[in-house]
Design a protein around this ligand. Sequence first.
Ligand SMILES: C[S@@+](CC[C@H](N)C(=O)[O-])C[C@H]1O[C@@H](n2cnc3c(N)ncnc32)[C@H](O)[C@@H]1O
Length: 399
Amino acid sequence: RIAADSAGVCGYQNLSAHLSGVSEIFFGKHNLNHNWTYTSPCFTSPDLEDDEICVFTDLNFAQGRGISVVTSPKRANVITSKRAFRDPEFTRGVNQDLVRTIPAVYEIKELPGKGLGVLATRLIRRGELIMANTASVMADVKSEEGLSEAKFQAMVSAAAESLPAAHRNAVMRLSIHNANTLTDAEIASKVMAINAYSVDDPRDDVADPVKFSTIFPELSRINHACRPNTAYFFDWETMAQYVYAVVDIPPGEELSVTYIDGIVSREERLEKLHVSWGFECSCAQCTLESPQVRASDARIKQIKALVDKLESPGRGNPGMAELLISLYKQEKLWGSLYEGYTFAAIEYNRVGDPWRAMKNAQLAIEHGIPVGGENLTDVVEMRSLAENPWEHWSWNLAA
Ligand SMILES: C[S@@+](CC[C@H](N)C(=O)[O-])C[C@H]1O[C@@H](n2cnc3c(N)ncnc32)[C@H](O)[C@@H]1O
């Protein structure tokens, strides 16, 4: 049951103060499958139809690190069905930013034109785990779309402020683009807008999928590069986002992730980062000289044409897949290489060459795990091909 009593929680008190007198406030009666430390009053609006949005905080989550979620009671139940909530030991050691037991392989420093950034302090090998954070503040995209700006800000602010002090400070100190004279509620929503990652439903067969903007305070210090040296993925069982190296990273090099789809022309990338993210990208790929930009854009065009052919049944061949792998390498699209190896494994198997198929399947697995973990569709598929190419659906298909 949702407890309307939020006394003692500074975030929730502010929320109540901010919204007192708002007629849509009501206290729902819901079966919650988790014992949240605090639950706020719930709100609705005509745009939300019969949905209602509340703030849920669990101070005990992940060995006392805490988590706050702005969502409906129904979607809160989807989250709390995960093992991270059911088995408190499951998240032990995941977070290293607040209480460190493993030495960090990076440091956070001020970088010209980018604010803070993260630099490698030793050689980080491809495939190494660099950092991981359980979710801090999760804001349901339906709450952002359905509530007024003021209500959304108040709820996100209440969510952040209700976290334990060290965790709350790590969230509230994230980049807000040098904005000053903001209220706490405005800071919290700016932190969300500039730093949140999208976390989507793990189930692909549901009518009401969950989709959250999510803060991971440590990861949110990593700047964008169109050709990043790390990749990240969210694991719904630990409720954590993991960052892995997708190429060897020498000491002193900046760690980067991509905030956008990098397989588009430089012009489109700059436009997207400007419009959606509000900054002018100064990554190595965006600051190339014109001849290199033209060469890079041409490769991107060729990559797209090849992927298009390789995805259409019967239109690809091993040569196309080998060319795609080469183009990914030339473009330093390390996080996409596993797709090239997957296509190559399938194409070689289709023409009845099991040994090259197995070699490429192994490479797809090795390059895919840092990008999406063991459950990545291509990793699962390539495991079955590598084990027995003759029994795989693609065997000798071209014959
Ligand atoms: C998620 S934060 C990254 C960490 C941030 N630099 C900080 O100081 O906390 C995103 C912001 O960092 C800056 N940034 C990230 N990547 C950048 C890039 N490639 N070029 C310029 N600025 C960048 C932009 O201001 C962007 O809105």
